[in-house]
Write a protein that binds this ligand. Structure first.
Ligand code: PMP
Length: 404
């Protein structure tokens, strides 16, 4: 018997990539890895969480903390988020907010909400690999979003129709994107709004890294720009996805969505059918820790990750050969490298692991259309400053070898 024969057709797009297989080699001891996309565990506010859990589990609080709760999410946490969103230029109320199990769950739900098989999702090239994975379960077609307004809306619409579906949304990571580290400027954000307006579709703003800015001026969220245009969140098509994963901890799986109420109501129904609600106790402790120390903790992260970003940029200047280019991110966790055209990131990774025990993620995995063979992603939030210098020295040697 082969159960694979009766798997649904949607599973055919859900394949483990070759790169994931290569990255399994990272478990070997001694590898200097820039492949992860994870926060530094030494910076988790572990003591604050420990105290918050103790309080949540105390005799007077445990009946609530251990109980089922509403699908919309823990009310005090949503109230706290109303304040945060307001400060970012998005006045809203608690009914505009749904708590999700990480922003990854929001991406899955939004795929479920919008995509019929054959519909088109507009994504950047490159974009967040996990978003492609979440959307792929709904059998979409991906089209490359050009964020400068020089491809007419009708062109996207015609291509989607020719493929037998409709454009449903544009997905963007405007701040310190994973994988490029780039930030979309005000004009880019306005042009996304113009495009989604012309197409009459949603824009999904993935703000996972938004709080992690190390220098430069902050740019308002796309949702804030749309609220400014329309004067009312209820008239907005932008759906904002936030997360505590990069600021407090990814392990508790707490994120949130902000959107017009009809969208939130449908997402609440989706959540009810999926997991009823995100873990009650995790929402309670995230609220307590966020209310107590969010700003100061993010300040600590900015200092620490900012220094690592600086160390990586300095090490790249020092160790990289001619012909290699990289981004200079103002925040987030990643630097994106572009190699000469004929080079291949996946073969380079195999060589880097073999000869120098250094790792990164080859860039092609971040493209829906398989482009970007000559690109790669480097993470600077997990390694120390010393490891960053040593790692870039090793990577420089691998590249020099490959270029000769
Ligand atoms: N969006 C982006 C751009 C990410 O990089 C990640 C995590 N790597 C997520 C969403 C998902 O994060 P979480 O589910 O932990 O909030």
């Amino acid at each position: 018997m082969s159960l694979e024969q009766v798997f649904a057709s949607r599973t055919s797009q859900m394949k483990a990539s070759e790169i994931r297989e290569l990255l399994k080699l990272l478990e070997q001891p001694g590898i200097l890895s820039f492949a992860g996309g994870i926060p530094d565990p030494n910076l988790f506010p572990a003591e604050a969480f420990s105290e918050a859990y103790a309080r949540a589990l105390s005799p007077e609080n445990q009946a609530v903390a251990l109980q089922y709760s509403v699908s919309e999410g823990y009310l005090p946490l949503r109230r706290w988020l109303v304040g945060q969103m307001e400060r970012m230029g998005v006045p809203c109320d608690v009914d505009n907010i749904l708590i999700t199990s990480g922003s990854q769950q929001a991406l899955d739900y939004l795929g479920k909400l919008f995509l019929n098989a054959g519909d088109t999702a507009l994504v950047e090239g490159p974009t967040y690999m996990g978003a492609l994975g979440a959307f792929r379960a709904y059998e979409p077609r991906f089209d490359r979003l050009s964020v400068n307004g020089n491809r007419p809306a009708q062109d996207y619409a015609d291509a989607a129709q020719a493929a037998g579906g409709k454009v449903k949304f544009a997905y963007l990571t405007p701040d310190f994107a994973n994988p490029t580290g780039k930030t979309m400027d005000l004009r880019g954000r306005e042009s996304v709004l113009d495009l989604t307006e012309a197409l009459d579709v949603a824009s999904i703003e993935d703000a996972a890294y938004q709080a992690l800015r190390y220098d430069g001026d902050s740019v308002p969220p796309i949702l804030a720009l749309e609220v400014a245009r329309k004067g009312d969140l209820e008239a907005c098509r932008t759906i904002y996805c936030g997360s505590f994963s990069k600021t407090l901890t990814p392990g508790l799986r707490v994120g949130w969505v902000v959107a017009a109420k009809p969208v939130i109501r449908q997402l609440v129904l989706t959540k009810q059918a999926s997991d009823l609600h995100s873990p009650t106790i995790n929402q309670i402790v995230v609220h307590e820790v966020a209310a107590r120390m969010f700003e100061s903790h993010v300040g600590t992260l900015r200092q620490s990750y900012g220094a690592r970003r600086d160390a990586m940029l300095a090490a790249l200047e020092k160790h990289m050969p001619e012909g290699v280019e990289w981004t200079r991110p103002e925040g987030g966790m990643f630097v994106w490298m572009t190699l000469p055209k004929n080079m291949d990131g996946a073969s380079l990774l195999a060589e880097a692991l073999r000869s120098e025990m250094v790792a990164f993620v080859p860039g092609s995995a971040f493209f829906a259309d398989g482009a970007g063979a000559n690109t790669l992603r480097l993470n600077f939030s997990s390694p120390t400053v010393e490891q960053i210098d040593e790692g870039m020295l090793r990577l420089g040697r691998v590249l020099r070898g490959a270029l000769t």
